[in-house]
Design a protein around this ligand. Structure first.
Ligand code: SF4
Ligand code: SF4
Length: 284
């Protein structure tokens, strides 16, 4: 008898009542956790941030199994209108030639308790700032704005694309902020505070902020992301460090929000071990 036929035979022998009982037992042992609701709102961008989110593999499945229900997401959830949700992860910038996109981002703000700008395009426009229309399938799309220029944003996740771990950690911290114990809420607040402050600065940050908060603090690692992000070439790299030409700066926030060190906080350092232990515990 082959392997498959022996499996079928075994299943045939199982009576419906046994199956029902097994399912009830399975439901009883599953821990009941007060989940948060999360939506992924996809505006204009390359979808790299969604790929980064998916790169959490088992970690993403753990979050969706234990802590968060996905209530909105193109191709991920069969929902047409933005529902009420605890956390909206917004990827991409807003095409202001497209009324539906403008309406969608406003709806997102109305329906979500916490709005997170995921990645460069949502945070400061990134590559979409260079778009001048004429794309083959959408030629009328020629002007894009970061979401913070249209709605209030609570948290920025910088990077193009942000790391999978950073997106995962923000999801966990949002859960702990909303559903955790007072101690967990305090740790989550500490972790999220620099990302909240980045959101408050929004696109009004400039090279001076990068200078005072990153370069002068000895945090710059010379990666060149700021120079690459500047749309007017106001930043050059000399001797491995960025130099800004302030007269050229249009104060767009691109360099600050693309810098992987701009949201580093010395205040979080003493808490870092406890935060990492908490993340480990939550993901087990
Ligand atoms: S113009 Fe360049 S230097 Fe000025 S804020 Fe934008 S990215 Fe930074
Ligand atoms: S992006 Fe930040 S860390 Fe990288 S070179 Fe610019 S200031 Fe330094």
């Amino acid at each position: 008898m082959g392997l498959l036929s022996s499996v079928f035979k075994k299943n045939d022998q199982q009576k419906p009542a046994d199956v029902a009982k097994a399912e009830i037992t399975k439901k009883e042992v599953k821990p009941v956790v007060d989940k948060i609701t999360v939506g992924h709102v996809h505006m204009s961008g390359c979808t790299g941030c969604l790929v980064s989110l998916a790169d959490n593999y088992g970690g993403l499945l753990t979050i969706l199994d234990k802590y968060a229900d996905l209530v909105y997401g193109l191709t991920l959830a069969d929902v047409r209108h933005i529902p009420k949700m605890d956390v909206a992860l917004v990827e991409g910038s807003v095409c202001i030639n497209d009324k539906l996109s403008v309406e969608e981002i406003k709806q997102t703000r109305e329906k979500a308790a916490i709005v997170v700008a995921v990645g460069g395009c949502a945070s400061y426009g990134n590559i979409t700032r260079f778009c001048r229309g004429g794309q083959q399938n959408q030629p009328q799309h020629e002007a894009f704005l970061p979401i913070g220029d249209l709605i209030k944003v609570d948290v920025y996740i910088p990077g193009c694309a942000p790391t999978p771990q950073l997106i995962r950690n923000v999801c966990i911290m949002a859960y702990l902020l909303l559903k955790g114990s007072p101690e967990q809420k305090a740790l989550a607040t500490n972790y999220l505070k620099p990302l909240m402050m980045a959101a408050q600065k929004g696109t009004s940050a400039c090279f001076c902020d990068l200078m005072t908060e990153v370069i002068d603090q000895g945090l710059c690692m010379g990666c060149g992301s700021c120079a690459a992000a500047c749309p007017v070439r106001a930043i050059t790299h000399e001797y491995g460090k960025p130099q800004g030409t302030r007269d050229l700066c249009i104060k767009c926030g691109a360099c600050y929000n693309q810098c992987p060190r701009s949201w580093f906080s010395f205040d979080v350092v003493p808490e870092y071990e406890s935060i990492m232990e908490l993340i480990d515990t939550v993901m087990k």
